[in-house]
Design a protein around this ligand. Sequence first.
Ligand code: FES
Length: 108
Amino acid sequence: MIEVTFLSGGGRTVTAPENTNLLRLSIREKGGIPFKCGGGICGTCRCRIEQGIENTDAIKPKERKHLTEAQFAEGWRMACQTFVLRGKVSVSWPPRPAATTARTEVQA
Ligand code: FES
């Protein structure tokens, strides 16, 4: 079994079988990783593996269209393209740009 902690989604930890897709697990368990296409195109599912990057699979060509080598070195991946192979992984992601935030900034 693997263990994934969704840090930006309230810190919940869930378990799943080995070699589980990170985005599919997030959707199933309501982990909260943002997504749109689910197919490596939109780039919405960018996330950072804070712990356990060695437990994820190899970087896919589609990820290279959205992330730089420097970001990969910091642990960034695209959740829809990433499989957790074994062990424990902690993942965080940037806050979604919210319309309400933009309005607040305009008023301020
Ligand atoms: S959800 Fe669109 S690239 Fe992952």
